[in-house]
Design a protein around this ligand. Structure first.
Ligand SMILES: Cc1cc2nc3c(=O)[nH]c(=O)nc-3n(C[C@H](O)[C@H](O)[C@H](O)COP(=O)(O)OP(=O)(O)OC[C@H]3O[C@@H](n4cnc5c(N)ncnc54)[C@H](O)[C@@H]3O)c2cc1C
Length: 444
């Protein structure tokens, strides 16, 4: 810690131990503050979705880490956890009986396949956006200037109206279902840069999963697991001075802090700010979220090939089936999302039926004989992915103005720069930097 850091040392709370909150907590800790990480669940990690498949620790949520994920890679490296292995971006789709593969390691083949997926106008539109993303890093995230212009011009209609039907069905839909759990008529052109940026990256996975990083964080900051932040405490000058927190369902108690970062999905942040700022809560509640159910199955032998490691499926409830790792092709991750895949009651019987149907499709498409299930793990998220809002850049400006009225508060989360792990990590980092700067200027 720098020599004079203790003078400015403050007590700060970060609510939410997903990647947004973890990054904020680490930055604040490294700036010399006492950090409490407040997490409603008993485990850390949020939508990394840590769990066990048989004896093996697995991640049911976000785990593909782009080569361009600079902030996330800074986070793991600062914690001494930076052993990555290549995964690539490999997604195939069945079109007219042929399996078309988009693979970040085979750019030529991928570009040829994209050209087959839509009209010349749509391919040109996509290419223009891709060029902007390659030219300027900010276009990978929500609220950039270029996508702000797209939003002003085109966000009165959904993405399904921006691209023609062929391109929408063959390329756009699998992308927005995968990243937003949404259909193309439920998301808007002004946020599409975040999706396209993900297609243009190359992916790794943490060799040992996220758990070592979570353990390293728990050694650095105070973790209050099983603790739900209910509301802000605001003094008569309008400054945030604490939180009301309920531990394991007990009546809420006040904890005092010099600053608070809310690093939760928008709907959860809305509940916490509602008492102090009802209009801001209303704004946050408008952000759309879509559900997803992930089923991980371990088989007695590989199901995918090294050529085809993931298959986007159009018609049924299973939107995507993919191998868990590049070499772990005997573990399949089935994702149920999109309109047909929104399971309201994922009972074991329903999951068994859906998994059998998905297995039949894989046998048809991949031509491999049926494998035997050894272990199964199911994770259902009622609000898995943000699908943002039409005119999202305008929403972000209004929200920033709301936050400015509550000194001592900062927000981080998937609705600010985008749902990717990198987008979330960047918001955590930015929120922590702003809060640290304010605390440095505020009287002790
Ligand atoms: C199935 C799935 C697969 C994905 N795959 C990828 C991928 O491969 N690559 C990628 O880049 N992105 C992926 N994503 C997206 C990415 O994983 C998420 O957007 C990201 O992890 C969200 O992080 P977060 O910290 O913003 O939110 P969360 O991880 O949801 O963390 C928020 C935390 O806040 C806690 N909380 C909420 N309310 C309160 C409260 N009142 N008090 C205390 N705690 C509270 C919650 O329990 C939660 O732990 C995937 C997402 C899903 C669902």
């Amino acid at each position: 810690m720098p020599m004079d850091a203790t003078r400015n040392r403050r007590r700060v709370a970060v609510v939410g131990a997903g990647i947004s909150g973890l990054t904020a907590a680490l930055r604040l800790h490294l700036s010399g503050h006492d950090v409490e990480l407040i997490e409603a669940d008993e485990t850390l990690g949020g939508r990394f979705g840590v769990g066990r498949l048989g004896d093996r620790p697995v991640m049911t949520g976000g785990k593909n880490i782009g080569r361009r994920y600079r902030t996330f890679r800074w986070f793991t490296s600062a914690l001494g956890v930076d052993s990555y292995e290549s995964f690539g971006y490999n997604a195939s789709r069945v079109k007219d009986g042929r399996v078309l593969t988009l693979d970040s390691e085979k750019r030529g083949q991928t570009l040829r396949n994209i050209r087959r997926m839509g009209s010349a106008r749509d391919v040109a539109r996509l290419a223009a956006m891709a060029a902007r993303i390659r030219m300027d890093e900010s276009n990978r995230f929500l609220g950039s200037r270029y996508f702000g212009t797209i939003s002003r011009r085109h966000d009165d209609a959904p993405l399904a109206a921006y691209f023609g039907r062929e391109m929408t069905e063959s390329l756009i839909r699998p992308m927005v279902i995968r990243n937003n759990g949404a259909e193309p008529d439920e998301v808007y052109p002004g946020t599409f840069g975040t999706n396209l940026a993900m297609l243009l990256d190359h992916y790794d996975q943490l060799a040992g999963g996220i758990q070592p990083a979570l353990d390293a964080m728990a050694r650095r900051v105070t973790v209050r697991a099983g603790a739900r932040a209910e509301s802000l405490v605001v003094n008569r000058l309008g400054r945030v001075t604490g939180l009301r927190i309920s531990e394991r369902g007990a009546p809420a108690q006040v904890s005092e802090y010099d600053g608070v970062v809310l690093a939760t999905p928008a709907h959860a942040a809305a509940g916490i700010v509602a008492g102090a700022r009802p209009t801001m809560a209303e704004r946050l509640r408008r952000v759309r979220y879509f559900p997803s159910t992930v089923v991980l199955v371990e088989y007695d032998r590989p199901v995918f090939t090294s050529e085809v490691r993931a298959l986007a499926m159009d018609d049924g409830p299973c939107s995507n089936a993919g191998s868990y790792g590049k070499e772990e092709r005997h573990i399949v991750r089935y994702t149920y999302s999109g309109r047909a895949g929104r399971l309201t009651d994922p009972t074991p019987e329903l999951i068994d039926k859906l998994t059998s149907e998905s297995e039949d499709l894989l046998v048809t498409y991949l031509g491999a004989p049926r494998a035997t299930r050894l272990n199964i793990l199911v994770k259902h998220w009622p609000a898995a992915y943000s699908g943002y809002l039409p005119h999202h850049p305008a929403f972000l400006r209004e929200l920033r103005a709301d936050v400015e009225t509550l000194p001592g508060l900062e927000l981080a989360g998937d609705y600010i720069q985008g749902v990717s792990i990198e987008g979330c990590a960047r918001t955590g980092s930015a929120a922590a930097s702003r809060l640290a700067a304010r605390l440095a200027g505020a009287p002790a």
